[in-house]
Design a protein around this ligand. Structure first.
Ligand SMILES: Cc1ccc([C@@H]2N[C@@H](C)[C@@H](O)[C@H]2O)cc1
Length: 451
């Protein structure tokens, strides 16, 4: 059907900026704002819900929430140390909350009074972060919440003309803020939109189309997530013709696609994930701190996303004083040490066509060399993995990344088992799968007899 505000392309972007984003594979998400101060606790009680939702869940009066800005002293905020955490993680890009649902801005915005300029330090947090991350060669993306609980013209639904007038003012305000971000920080590489599920936004697909157009006009190459977009009929992420809007699908939040669902690999996509079970902002309570992910779990998710051609964005919630939470830094370090040895199977890699999901981990394929890797994150109890090669290939050898050892070398059939040896404390093992074309291609795999 004819759409004015639908997808702007039928196929994935192949320009250099998109290829760069695609090749990054691992990103650092950061949720930081006033919510890091109460950190999930209000009036002495733990609120067992995402820390950034505290003002809504604990029904905090607006004035009391705004007063937190006076306590946002940045006493221990150091952009260099944050950027060092991203380097330790092995992240190639970072996405920072410029404004979350509460409306507080991490930059001195000219379009509201609720921003860093009206805090004790007055520091431009975004400016310091962009400088520190880019000095380390790490791209910076901006998260921006269209949903804004504080702005008087925000509307969840549009019931009458007054609502329509107010919301038009709100959309104008948000557009001005986005123009301001593009103007102040022109080296930013992407925008990650959130808070676009309400009826009010879905009824204004034109505005989401305009935002994407404006950003791409001002910042050529910039990458925009599908979550911004609604089409003429209010369809989100994918337009009413079934085409992806924005540059990559961003519906995977605290969940990943089924690892055998190769249809996912047809599009660019990114999954974002918390380190605690369910809080994006720092939550000090045992409800969050007792559920931190294990580094090897994070490695499994990174390989899972890569195997289906997706990026993985791991979230960090710095504390109210600006320091990174030690437990999160430790996880970053362990994952980064693994990537330092095995990143060859992740960075610049994607879906390995023809290599079916093996169950014990994931196959990934280097998008430029075609090299195939076996990432064993779920070693079977038997200590052996069963490898099934695509038809027409035979195995020459399996090279263990890091050590360069060959637990298996020599021609082998298209289906065979490999002894892995005892568990390694260096985390999941990765093998480069070296193959050659079968000299005498056997007939198609014998079909299982109908029994
Ligand atoms: C129901 C719900 C709404 C918004 C969210 C926000 N999206 C994540 C990326 C975080 O920003 C979280 O606050 C999470 C759940």
């Amino acid at each position: 059907m004819e759409l004015k505000y639908g997808a702007s392309r039928e196929k994935p972007r192949e320009d250099a900026a998109m290829q760069r984003f695609r090749g990054h594979r691992v990103g650092q998400f950061i949720h930081w704002g006033l919510y890091a101060l109460p950190a999930g606790r209000w009036e002495g009680k733990d609120v067992e819900f995402a820390a950034e939702f505290l003002p809504r869940v604990a029904k905090v009066p607006q004035q009391r929430w705004e007063a937190l800005a006076n306590d946002f002293t940045l006493a221990d905020f150091d952009a260099e140390r944050w950027a060092d955490t991203a380097v330790a993680l092995g992240a190639r890009y970072m996405t920072i909350t410029t404004k979350h649902h509460d409306g507080f801005c991490l930059w001195p915005s000219a379009h509201t009074d609720f921003h860093m300029g009206n805090t004790p330090s007055g520091r431009d947090v975004l400016g310091e972060l962009v400088a520190a991350y880019e000095a380390r060669g790490i791209d910076v993306n901006f998260y921006y919440s269209v949903l804004d609980w504080r702005h008087p013209d925000w509307r969840f639904t549009l019931e009458n003309d007054a609502d329509n007038l107010a919301f038009a003012r709100y959309l104008d305000f948000a557009m001005k803020q986005l123009e301001e971000l593009a103007e102040r920080y022109p080296s930013v590489k992407g925008f990650w939109f959130d808070g676009t599920w309400d009826e009010s936004v879905k009824a204004n697909g034109w505005w989401t189309w305009e935002v994407e157009r404006m950003l791409k006009e001002r910042l050529p190459g910039v990458v925009v997530n599908s979550r911004l977009r609604a089409d003429d009929l209010g369809a989100r992420h994918v337009d009413s013709n079934g085409l992806l809007m924005g540059d990559y699908e961003s519906g995977y939040e605290r969940r990943l696609p089924e690892p055998w669902d190769r249809s996912v690999a047809a599009r660019d996509w990114e999954a974002c994930m918390t380190i605690p079970q369910a809080s994006w902002g720092y939550h000090q309570g045992p409800w969050a701190q007792s559920t931190l992910k294990h580094p090897w779990d994070v490695v499994d998710m990174i390989a899972h996303c890569t195997s289906l051609g997706g990026n993985f964005l791991l979230n960090f919630g710095p504390r109210g004083d600006g320091s990174m939470a030690p437990a999160e830094v430790e996880i970053a370090r362990t994952v980064g040490e693994w990537l330092a040895v095995n990143g060859e199977a992740i960075y610049g890699c994607g879906y390995a066509e023809g290599w079916d999901y093996p169950g014990w981990g994931y196959f990934t394929r280097d998008s430029s060399t075609g090299k195939v890797f076996a990432v064993v994150t779920r070693a079977p109890a038997s200590g052996r993995i069963r490898l099934e090669l695509p038809t027409g290939l035979e195995l020459v050898g399996l090279r263990l990344l890091g050590s360069g050892e060959y637990p298996f070398k020599g021609l082998a059939d298209s289906v065979f088992e490999v002894e892995l040896g005892g568990a390694s404390n260096a985390g999941p093992r990765v093998f480069a799968v070296e193959t050659s074309a079968l000299a005498h291609p056997a007939s198609e795999k014998e079909p299982n007899p109908d029994v």
